[in-house]
Design a binder for this molecule. Structure first.
Ligand SMILES: Nc1nc2c(ncn2[C@@H]2O[C@H](COP(=O)(O)OP(=O)(O)OP(=O)(O)O)[C@@H](O)[C@H]2O)c(=O)[nH]1
Ligand SMILES: [Mg+2]
Length: 304
């Protein structure tokens, strides 16, 4: 077994217990009937699998049990695994496309404290390790000490940083960073932005401005908006994604803090309800605790 799968299994063990663990215990010595299906439904909802995916799972279990004449509660577990895999396993999206024009810019967004800055540190390390020339733009000029925090990550990952003073216009920093990335022929520019509530429209406008000035400074550059969501947020993550998508688009999600949480079922909800690819998952606070999302491995880690 690969080390990454081992680590994923360990990180997801509480989520696994909150879904299959609980269900396995509930179905013991039971028959498949409406009462049992209702209890399973409740467990799935509590595990943040989401209403839509839960309804689909319960409907499919009911239909398949009938078709195949299954009556033992324990059969439900097998059916559930198959159906969750069907929802979860997709052709995983690409991070970069052949049509990308450098510097590729990732605007990293998300609500407060989800792990944007930490994730940028991890991404910078991975990309630099692949031989890419990475630049970080410190566009969170709002939160006290945010610039120092991202500067430490830049140093750790050995990449350049473009920064200004606390209180400066984040769009001005984005402009300088994009100009520098272009002039220095960087492969990728990672822009750290301030945490913002998706319900605050002026803050969402500010993000649009960041995007516009990047386009101005580096007109050819390919720009991606990447949204960070916290794996502990549950169903609110879906609402956050919709709002950010509408404001500046969302070309990919990074779901953080899946280590230790029992709420990793949100990844199933995301797969069922949002047409957005998951690029990475965060599995800890360390520099190496970021994995490319692999839907097959994720399903395997949940089930075995
Ligand atoms: N366990 C765990 N902690 C994480 C992960 N990613 C980030 N964190 C922690 O979450 C906290 C917030 O991380 P930040 O990177 O500062 O989050 P942010 O989104 O930049 O926060 P703001 O800029 O204030 O909005 C820190 O304590 C991180 O160490 C993860 O994948 N797992
Ligand atoms: Mg931050």
């Amino acid at each position: 077994m690969s080390g990454t799968l081992d680590k994923l299994k360990l990180s997801l063990s509480r989520t696994k217990d909150s879904i299959l663990g609980r269900i396995t215990r509930v179905v013991k010595r039971r028959r498949i009937d409406d009462d049992l299906l209702e209890e399973i439904e409740q467990i799935l909802i509590e595990a943040d699998v989401g209403v839509k995916a839960t309804t689909r799972l319960i409907d499919r279990i009911r239909e398949t049990a009938k078709e195949r004449n299954l009556s033992e509660g324990a059969d439900v577990v097998t059916l559930l695994k198959d159906e969750i895999a069907t929802i979860l396993i997709k052709e995983d999206g690409q991070l970069f496309s052949d049509e990308d024009i450098k510097p590729v810019v990732w605007i990293i967004t998300g609500v407060n404290g989800v792990g944007k800055t930490t994730t940028i540190g991890k991404l910078a390390t991975q990309f630099a390790g692949e031989g890419k020339k990475v630049i970080i733009g410190a566009c969170d000029t709002f939160r006290a000490a945010a610039i120092d925090q991202i500067a430490i990550w830049a140093e750790r990952s050995g990449v350049d940083i473009i920064r200004s003073q606390e209180g400066a216009d984040p769009a001005a920093v984005a402009f300088d960073a994009a100009s520098a990335a272009k002039a220095r022929e960087a492969d990728i520019l990672l822009l750290d932005t301030a945490g913002r509530l998706h319900t605050k429209s002026n803050l969402m406008e500010e993000l649009k401005k960041v995007r516009r000035v990047v386009q101005k400074a580096a007109p050819e550059a390919t720009i991606y908006s990447k949204l960070i969501i916290d794996g502990n947020t549950g169903q609110n993550a879906l609402a956050q994604t919709s709002v950010f998508m509408e404001a500046i688009g969302c070309d990919g999600l990074i779901i953080t803090k899946l280590d230790g949480t029992a709420k990793g079922g949100v990844v199933i909800a995301v797969a069922e309800e949002l047409g957005v690819q998951v690029d990475f998952i965060g599995l800890g606070e360390g520099i190496d605790d970021l994995q490319r999302f692999d839907s097959r491995e994720f399903a395997e880690a949940l089930f075995t």
